[in-house]
Structure formats: C-alpha cells, structure tokens
Design a protein around this ligand. Sequence first.
Ligand code: C2E
Ligand code: MG
Ligand code: MG
Ligand code: MG
Length: 286
Amino acid sequence: KALGKGIVVKFDPSMRADFERRGRLEIDLKLALKNGDIFPFYQPQVDIDTGKLVGFEALARWNHPELGWIGPYEFIPIAETSSQIVELGRCILTTACIEAMAFPDDVRVSVNLSVGQMLRDDVIGMVTDILASTGFPAERLTLEVTESVMMSEPELAARILNGLKELGISIALDDFGTGYSALSYLRQFDWDELKIDKSFVDDLGHDPRCLSIIESVVDLATELGMKVVAEGVETADQHEILRKSGCHIAQGYLFGRPQPIDQVHVTLLKSLAPSAPQIEATKATG
Ligand code: C2E
Ligand code: MG
Ligand code: MG
Ligand code: MG
C-alpha cells in the first residue's frame, strides 16, 4: 500500500523471513537492553599527521543469545520506530562514559545520537544525569548527529544542540555528504566537528571531483572553526590524500576496527608505550 494504488508487489518467502526477523528483534530488544546484550564497541580516531590516538567512537553492537551478533544498521531503525531508542541511547551513553573513565585524559569519546531520540526526549536532562552519575568530563565527550536533525524542526534542534554545548560537550555533524548537505546546515549551528562520509573517502583515489569537493569542504569547515574527521579510511593512499587536503582526524579500518572494551585497553597500552609507533596501520581484512 505504501507504494501507491495499483502497484502489486509479490510477497515472496524472503520478505516473510525479513518481516518475521524484524518482529522478533523488536520484541527481543527490550530484554536485550535490560540484560546488557547491547553495548558499545570502540573504533580508534587518530591525528591524521602524527597517527597519535585522540579518541574512540562508540558503536552499538547486539550480542543476541540465539541469533549472534547484530549490527546497528539493522537494530537502530527498529529501536527508532518502536520508541526504544531513548532507552538504547541512554544505555550506550552510560556504558561509554563509565568505560571511558578509564581512558587517559587526552583521549575523547564520541557517541551517536539518533534524531528521533533528540527531538522526542529530554536529551539535555538525560546527558546531564549521565555525566553527573558517571563523573565523565563533558569536555571529553562528543555527540554525533546527522544533518537530518536540522530538517524537520531546525529551531528546536539548534536549541537542543546549544543546550548540550553549554554542558561543555562537543557536537559533530556525522555522515557529511550523504544527505542533502545544504550549506545552510553549517550556518544554523556552531558545529565543533564535521565527519566526511565514507562514500567520499571510498572514491578519492579514482574520482578527481571527489578530491576537489573534499578539499573545499575541509577548507570551509576549517575556516568555520570545525575539526574535520574522515570516516572509513581503509588504505594508505586515502590516508595520504586526506592528510594533504588538510583533514585533522582519521577513522577507519586502516587504523583499527570497532573493538570490544578489553581490546581497547590493549590498544591504549600500545599507544602509551614509550616510542610506540602510535596506532599501527593494520591491513583491512574484510
Ligand atoms: P556512523 O556513526 O557513521 O559510524 C561509522 C560506521 O562506519 C560504523 O558502522 C563503522 O563500523 C563503519 N566503519 C568505520 N571505518 C570503516 C572502514 O574503514 N570501512 C568500512 N567498511 N566501514 C567502516 P557501524 O558500527 O555498523 O554503525 C553504523 C551506523 O549505526 C553508525 O554510522 C551510526 O549512524 C549508527 N549507530 C551505531 N551505534 C549507534 C548508537 O549507539 N546510537 C545511534 N543512535 N546510532 C548508532
Ligand atoms: Mg558516527
Ligand atoms: Mg558517520
Ligand atoms: Mg557513515
């Protein structure tokens, strides 16, 4: 029906399977949040010039007792439509703040914030409470939102984001380049960080227009006082091009995959060791 009158879609067995899985995940989500089966992995972010570890992005993972690992592209949309996104957001932010308390003082943590959660719930109150109860310093926290946050209710969104900034938190504009990316979004709010989407980084080597766009975006963002993070850096070539174009921070499989907290501690030890070659660029293995 969603496709309009007169359009007939065959309902094949794989669609039924998808539908059933979705329904099941929606039901299981509640228990998963209660049992702690959904928790963050952490992906390193490095200074693009020196390779020094500067932070981690927390990325939600679901370890389902029967279905195994489930990624956020599958369960975040389910959490959003079933209004469990508020609880999920609270859960990931709380765990990230608790775990990041053990990180060195100069290592930051970034947490994704869903648009639905931000506009529906009292996010400022929630974040204030979590910072107070965990003791994590606001100055070391970045919250990432996508530009869709500015689309439906820009004034409300800007007010909420400003409230979060007043707590001392940094705000990142995530996935830049994927949506409509109207330049007005850069004007409507004083973003601290801009994350260039992986799709741009992917095409860097073979598309000269892509390079021009990135160079211009980096200049513009830097001029506006933003830090520029490149997402999804997988090859040494991409790293070199992005470094030359003036990006500040890199994140991607070249520097490390999202990893469970135990492994984060190993990464931190390595990066702290005197004369350590900082984060070793590891080969992306799929
Ligand atoms: P994102 O915030 O843009 O996160 C970056 C995504 O790119 C992550 O996917 C990460 O694993 C992946 N990635 C990073 N480097 C590379 C690379 O070099 N190669 C490739 N192929 N992929 C790379 P992930 O973890 O599957 O997360 C997907 C999206 O789900 C995130 O995109 C974010 O929008 C959302 N998400 C994840 N965790 C949360 C959360 O706790 N709350 C909310 N609201 N959304 C979340
Ligand atoms: Mg993100
Ligand atoms: Mg992103
Ligand atoms: Mg992305």
